[in-house]
Ligand binder design. Structure first.
Ligand code: ADP
Ligand code: MG
Length: 394
C-alpha cells in the first residue's frame, strides 16, 4: 500500500513552507464559536516552527464571492486566535497572492508564521487555475497539506500547488488518512458501521463500501425510512427518497448474502411536526400513522443498537439517529453517543452533524478519533482517491 510523505522526512530549516490548513471555523458576528479546526492544526505548525521553517499558512473560510476582499470572510479573527495559541505574532497578508504577500513572506525569519488572506477571495482557487497555483507555489520551497477537511476538493491550494512543489502530509492529515485507512484495511472485529442522517442518496456509496468491510451495519436517521419503505412498510410522512428504495433493497440483500448483519429500527418516535413542544409517541415500525413522521429511533432500537456498539471491536459512525437538534428527538442520537463513549472498541466519528452531536452530548473526548472532514471522510470511506491526498503519497 502506498505511504504518505510525512513531516519526519522533511528538514525544513530555513525553508519557506506553504501549509494548507483548514481554518474554516464557524463565526458569529466575527467571533469564533468553535476553534477545533485551529487547535487541530497546531501540532503541524509547531513542528515546522521548531524545525526553523518560515511558515506561510493558507486556508479558505466560508463562501465569499471570489472577487476580492470581503470583511465578513476575512481570516482576521483566526489570525488573532492563532497568535494567542502559538504565543507569537501571526501576521495576516492583506491579499492572497501579489506584491504585498511576497513582501510579507520575504520578511519572515526562521520560526516565524504568517497567514494569507482567505484563498477563496480569488476566484481562481476553486477553478484550480494553473497560474494561480504557480503564484502560490512561487512564494515557497515546500508544500505541506494539513487540511483534510478540504482534501476532497481539487482546488489550487489543495491540489494544484501540490503538483508543483515537493509535497508532504501534515500531522493532522497523516492521522486522518492513516486512521480511516486502518479501519478499512484491518478493523478490530466485530466492526460495526453506524449510518444515519438525512439522505440515503448522500450516503449510498458509503453504505455500499462498508457492506464489504463491516460485520454489522446499523441504520438510523431519516434514511431508515427509505429502507423500511423498500421492505413494504408504510412510513407515514417520514422523509423518504422513493427513487432510492430499490437501491436500498439491493443493499439490504447484498448484506444478507455476505453474512453482514443489517440492523434497521424496530420502533420509532413519531410526531406531526418538527418542533420542541411537539406531541410525540413511540410506535413499532409496522404502525407508523399516516399523518405522522418518524423523527428518532425508539427505545427498543436504542437498546439493540447500543448493545451492538458495546460488543464492537471497532465502530465507524456517521449520521445522527434523529433530529437531535430538537430535544424532543435527541434521545436516540444521545444513546448511541453514550454507548460509543462507553465501548471498549475503537470509535471513529465522521460527518459535520455527527461531530456536532457528540459535542452537544459532551462525549467528543471519549472517542478514539473524531475526523475534521465531513465530506472528505465520507469520500475516503467510500474508497475514492481524494484530489488533495493523492499528491502526498510516495
Ligand atoms: P452528517 O453531517 O453527520 O454527515 P447528515 O448531514 O447526513 O449528517 O444528517 C444530519 C441531519 O439529519 C440532521 O440535521 C438531522 O436533523 C437530520 N435527521 C436525522 N434523522 C432525521 C429524521 N428522522 N427526519 C428528518 N431529519 C432527520
Ligand atoms: Mg451534515
Amino acid at each position: 500500500m502506498s505511504k504518505l510523505k510525512t513531516l519526519n522526512q522533511l528538514d525544513a530549516h530555513g525553508k519557506t513552507v506553504l501549509v494548507r490548513v483548514d481554518f474554516n471555523v464557524p463565526l458569529d458576528k466575527g467571533v469564533i464559536t468553535d476553534d477545533t479546526r485551529i487547535t487541530r492544526a497546531l501540532p503541524t505548525i509547531r513542528c515546522l516552527v521548531e524545525q526553523g521553517a518560515k511558515v506561510v499558512l493558507v486556508s479558505h473560510l466560508g463562501r465569499p464571492k471570489g472577487c476580492g476582499f470581503e470583511e465578513e470572510f476575512s481570516l482576521k479573527p483566526v489570525a488573532c486566535a492563532l497568535s494567542e495559541k502559538l504565543g507569537c505574532d501571526v501576521r495576516l497578508s492583506s491579499e492572497v497572492t501579489g506584491p504585498a504577500t511576497l513582501g510579507l513572506v520575504q520578511s519572515l525569519e526562521c520560526g516565524q508564521v504568517a497567514l494569507l488572506e482567505n484563498v477563496r477571495f480569488d476566484s481562481r482557487e476553486k477553478k484550480n487555475d494553473a497560474t494561480f497555483a504557480s503564484e502560490l507555489a512561487s512564494i515557497a520551497d515546500i508544500y505541506v497539506n494539513d487540511a483534510f477537511g478540504a482534501a476532497h476538493r481539487a482546488h489550487a491550494s489543495t491540489s494544484g500547488v501540490a503538483n508543483i512543489l515537493p509535497s508532504y502530509a501534515g500531522l493532522l492529515m497523516q492521522e486522518e488518512v492513516e486512521t480511516l485507512q486502518s479501519i478499512l484495511d484491518s478493523p478490530k472485529r466485530p466492526f460495526v458501521a453506524i449510518l444515519g442522517g438525512s439522505k440515503v442518496s448522500d450516503k449510498i456509496k458509503v453504505i455500499d463500501s462498508l457492506i464489504e468491510k463491516a460485520d454489522v451495519i446499523v441504520i438510523g436517521g431519516a434514511m431508515c425510512f427509505t429502507f423500511l419503505t423498500a421492505q413494504g412498510l408504510s412510513v407515514g410522512k417520514s422523509l423518504v427518497e422513493n427513487d432510492w428504495a430499490s437501491r436500498a433493497d439491493e443493499m439490504y440483500k447484498k448484506a444478507q448474502e455476505r453474512g453482514v448483519k443489517f440492523l434497521l429500527p424496530v420502533d420509532v418516535v413519531v410526531a406531526e411536526e418538527i418542533s420542541e413542544n411537539a406531541d410525540t409517541s413511540v410506535v413499532p415500525v409496522e404502525d407508523i400513522p399516516d399523518d405522522m413522521m418518524g423523527l428518532d429511533i425508539g427505545p427498543k432500537t436504542e437498546e439493540m443498537y447500543s448493545k451492538a456498539i458495546l460488543e464492537a471491536g471497532s465502530v465507524f459512525w456517521n449520521g445522527p439517529m434523529g433530529v437531535f437538534e430538537c430535544s424532543a428527538f435527541e434521545s436516540g442520537t444521545k444513546a448511541i453517543a453514550n454507548a460509543a463513549a462507553k465501548t471498549s472498541g475503537d470509535v471513529i466519528v465522521g460527518g459535520g452533524d455527527s461531530v456536532a452531536a457528540i459535542k452537544k452530548f459532551d462525549v467528543a473526548d471519549k472517542m478514539t478519533f473524531v475526523s475534521t472532514g465531513g465530506g472528505a471522510s465520507m469520500e475516503f470511506i467510500q474508497g475514492d482517491v481524494l484530489a488533495g491526498v493523492e499528491p502526498l503519497y510516495e
